[in-house]
Ligand binder design. Structure first.
Ligand code: KIV
Ligand code: NA
Length: 278
């Protein structure tokens, strides 16, 4: 399978072919996502919530994103990988933004970066795209601003907010972004944005009118202890229960001496045989 490219994404929008994106944070999640046939992988800074155990994405560092991107790239060598620029790493001007994005690509191996925000980032996006770094925008609920917003709530409800979001989407397109993630916005607004711009929209909690969808890996398979029910999420498996039950059974079998059995042990003779004893 041919890895998706930035030009091909626009073609998918124009042909009405939905784009399927998922987040991944390490080698197994990336490998399984590639094997499952996703179009794009996002190394999201949701890393902070679902892998590192933080309350928000704010504490995630550039070093965290580089480290995790490297393992994702090794796990999904045939897939386009987008990495989130973490909190404030693209807010100190175009030069610092380029330096940080370059590290995600050179040290991490990302093919593109994502940043949260609208028209105020036009200069940064121009500098990145003219340096050959594809940029994915992110509008609506922008989790890095949660302390400002005051919670994870649907955005763009008033007509003023909706108009601003539409203007921001146009500004991102004009600055050179190749697509825009729309998070937690009313379905009607996401559909209107999708119709108003030439680059694909990728929705999460943004309804049926977007050009693609993205879900967080741990939500999609219900993997983890803090995975709460969210209206916008569909969980296609419950691996958290599977893992907990497997480990509980292992603990029980160790305590009751049901494991290991004879077949798991090495006799002296087997241990001397390179084929069996290593
Ligand atoms: O970090 C993340 O997982 C994201 C997606 C929710 C779009 O930004
Ligand atoms: Na993110």
């Amino acid at each position: 399978k041919q890895a998706l490219t930035v030009p091909r994404l626009k073609t998918m929008k124009n042909q009405g072919k939905p784009i399927a994106m998922v987040t991944a944070y390490d080698h197994p999640s990336a490998m399984l996502s590639e094997e499952a046939g996703v179009d794009l992988i996002l190394v999201g800074d949701s890393l902070g919530n679902v892998v590192l155990g933080y309350e928000t994405t704010v504490p995630v560092t550039l070093e965290d994103m580089i480290y995790h991107t490297r393992s994702v790239v090794r796990g999904a060598p045939g897939t386009m990988i987008v990495t989130d620029m973490p909190f404030a790493t693209y807010r100190l001007g175009p030069e610092a933004t380029l330096r940080n994005a370059a590290r995600l690509m050179q040290e991490g191996g990302a093919h593109a970066v994502k940043l949260e925000g609208g028209a105020e980032l036009a200069a940064e996006i121009r500098v990145l795209t003219s340096a050959g770094i594809p940029v994915l925008g992110h509008l609506g609920l922008t989790p890095q601003s949660v302390h400002q917003i005051g919670g994870y709530k649907v955005q763009g409800k008033s007509s003023e907010e909706a108009e601003k979001l539409l203007q921001d989407a146009r500004a991102l397109e004009q600055a050179g972004a190749f697509g825009i993630v729309l998070e937690l916005v009313p379905e009607e607004l996401a559909a209107a944005v999708t119709r108003s711009i030439g680059i694909p929209t990728i929705g999460i909690g943004a309804g049926r009118g977007c050009d693609g969808q993205v879900l967080v890996y741990h939500d999609l398979i219900r993997y983890g202890s803090g995975i709460r029910d969210k209206k916008m999420v569909k969980s296609y498996a419950n691996v958290g229960d599977t893992i907990r039950e497997a480990i509980a059974q292992y603990v029980d079998e160790v305590k009751t001496k049901a494991f290991p059995e004879e077949k798991h042990a090495f006799t002296l003779q087997q241990a001397a045989d390179p084929a069996q004893g290593g």
